[in-house]
Design a protein around this ligand. Structure first.
Ligand code: DSN
Length: 415
């Protein structure tokens, strides 16, 4: 790569990137929404395609010189269709938030009602948070999870759908450890005259490989990011039924975006081709097995794992059930000192504000990409436990950090 140029021209950025590379190399990455892309994806994203303006869609652009980016975008679309069995795909959303907003712009008018998962119990900002445009423009009602089981309350969803008659039901989460019954959600929505948006950003890799139920046959709209379990570049994508194809394309461009990020779309094309390979199925199986092992060992170490475990790539640990009642934020800061990267998260029946929170969200996509397996998950659970029980003791934290770095060195990133 051309890092020599960067070093010469911009020492500040060069050095920050070098430090970030070292951080990624030597920290155990458990943020459930992060992953490590292949060198091929990195090359595509760092390519000359960043230079090109290409408003419009393949073979129908506003500017000249688009023949090569047309090829790239068409490859991305065709591969995504094959991967998910979608009728129509738009690969231009700059992010998952952009993808969701384009669906709202396509399906709703300001003031229309939407029904979404409660944000405190796993939902996403773009699913109706009062300070997000989705919460400002639309009338939002929430369904929730069962406080005891930690699982989505589909009966409550049906009751609210019947009472409120929303125009759109959204299903999908940022912090939900269980499998989702998309078919049931579509039945509930359609019975009550609503369309469905499934936001599969977190579990796209599990769905692409058939490990989790796909919403694509059942829901009008499916959005995802491409950088979580799917292991591609940062970005978004929309899949929809054919009848909404034109409206969705128009909601992205010119509706809510201008020129597409062609270098990111090239990275998506490479990601989809990687995800079509048999090795990717094996990778997703290992992500789930690792999450299950990590959750099992955390439970064995005395922590309450929300819903009793996990079906996917992540778990929620409720810290209130262990002595000390540490906040999620304090736990995150302590673990960071031991080179273990996590994020605080609200948990069912939360008693703290979101910036403190009472839980941790742990995920296994990134560590699994490095090649770590069940044995390492058990060790990582024990390291987390030791650090959280250390009461800040520098000796304990230093020993955990030393071990975390050793594990990382055993599974290098090869960038
Ligand atoms: N920030 C993402 C996550 O961590 O799940 C959601 O947008």
């Amino acid at each position: 790569m051309e890092s020599n140029n960067l070093e010469r021209c911009d020492a500040g950025v060069f050095e920050a990137i070098a430090r970030e590379r070292a951080r990624q190399e030597e920290h155990i990455e458990l943020i459930a929404s992060e992953n490590f892309v292949s060198k091929a994806v990195l090359e595509a994203v760092g390519s000359v395609l960043t230079n090109k303006y290409a408003e419009g869609y393949p073979w129908k652009r506003y500017y000249g010189g688009c023949e090569n980016v047309d090829t790239v975008e068409q490859l991305a679309i065709d591969r995504a269709k094959q991967l998910f069995g979608a009728e129509h795909v738009n690969v231009q959303p700059h992010s998952g938030s952009q993808a969701n907003f384009a669906v709202y712009a396509c399906a709703l008018n300001p003031g229309d009602k939407i029904l979404t998962l409660s944000l405190q119990n796993g939902g996403h900002l773009t699913h109706g948070h009062p300070k997000n445009i989705s919460g400002m423009l639309y009338g939002v009602s929430h369904y929730d999870i069962h406080a005891k089981t930690g699982r989505i309350d589909y009966d409550q969803m049906a009751l609210i759908a019947k009472a409120e008659r929303p125009k759109l039901v959204t299903i999908g989460a940022s912090a939900y450890p269980r499998a989702i019954d998309f078919k049931l959600v579509a039945e509930i929505a359609h019975t009550n005259g609503a369309l469905v948006l499934a936001d599969i950003a977190h579990i796209a890799g599990l769905i692409a490989t058939g490990l989790h139920q796909s919403p694509v046959p059942h829901c009008e709209f499916v959005t995802t990011t491409t950088h979580k379990t799917l292991r591609g570049p940062r970005g978004g994508m929309i899949m929809c039924k054919k009848e909404y194809a034109r409206a969705i394309d128009s909601a992205i461009f010119p509706g809510t975006q201008g020129g597409p990020l062609m270098h990111a779309i090239a990275g998506k094309a490479v990601c989809f081709s990687e995800a079509l390979k048999p090795e990717f199925v094996e990778y997703q199986r290992r992500v789930v097995a690792n999450a299950s092992a990590l959750a099992g060992q955390m439970a064995a170490n005395g922590y309450h794992v929300v819903s009793g475990g996990t079906d996917n790539h992540l778990m929620l640990i409720d810290l209130r059930t262990v002595r000390g009642n540490m906040s999620g934020n304090d736990a995150q800061v302590l673990l960071e000192r031991a080179n273990i990267t996590v994020n605080k998260n609200t948990v069912p029946n939360e008693t703290r504000p979101p910036f403190q929170a009472s839980g941790l969200r742990l995920g296994t996509p990134a560590v699994t990409t490095r090649g770590m397996g069940v044995e390492e998950m058990l060790q990582i659970a024990d390291l987390i436990t030791a650090v959280l029980k250390s009461a800040g003791d520098e000796g304990v934290i230093a020993a955990a950090r030393h071990r975390a770095v050793e594990i990382c060195h055993k599974f290098p990133l090869h960038y």
